[in-house]
Write a protein that binds this ligand. Structure first.
Ligand code: S3P
Length: 175
């Protein structure tokens, strides 16, 4: 398969724009857009919040691994937006690399905090700790793994969803 025909996998922190950029990019490429969180919610018939509250984080992480394993025999090209914590497991990182070209959508703590300020859907961001501190702490635990999991980094600070999607399309056309 030509590199340019590969699936495009978007990884990155919560709020980095994976879902919105994924949808826009899928539109530009005229392929379906998949989202691991949506696949899991459909499979479990619960929201991510409910899964964390009722089953716990480990259960959710296992569901993520099942979701990406389930994609290994899927036919047809797609764009996949992966949940922010999915690349933490080595097995998941290996599977993502096999699934397609992995792009790390990177944004500054400030940008992430602005985008996530009013979010109530992400269990890991709830609680008393100030949002910027929480993002800084979790991101510092993850950054190296995001870098390891990807083949390319795309910066999303101060760019529109469309600009980022077009940048990724141009990037994959050069591969
Ligand atoms: C998580 C990111 C979320 C979702 C869950 C956990 C994480 O997905 O999977 O709340 O650990 O970073 P998004 O990155 O799409 O927000």
């Amino acid at each position: 398969m030509q590199k340019t025909d590969e699936n495009v996998i978007l990884i990155g922190f919560m709020g980095s724009g994976k879902s919105s950029v994924g949808k826009k990019l899928a539109g530009l490429l005229a392929v379906p857009c998949l989202d691991t969180d949506a696949l899991i919610e459909e499979q479990e018939k619960m929201t991510i919040r409910e899964i964390f509250a009722q089953r716990g984080q480990e259960y959710f992480r296992d569901a993520e691994t099942r979701a990406v394993r389930g994609l290994t025999d899927r036919a047809g090209r797609y764009v996949l937006s992966a949940g922010g914590g999915l690349p933490l497991r080595a097995e998941n990182r290996e599977i993502l690399k096999k699934l397609g070209t992995v792009i790390y959508l990177k944004a500054s703590v400030q940008t992430l905090a602005e985008r996530l300020a009013r979010d109530t859907t992400r269990p890991l961001l709830q609680g008393e700790e100030p949002l910027e501190e929480k993002i800084t702490r979790i991101l510092s635990e993850r950054e190296a793994l995001y870098e390891e999991a990807c083949s390319h980094v795309v910066l999303s600070d101060r760019k529109s969803v469309r600009e980022v999607a077009q940048e990724i399309r141009r990037l994959i056309e050069t591969l």
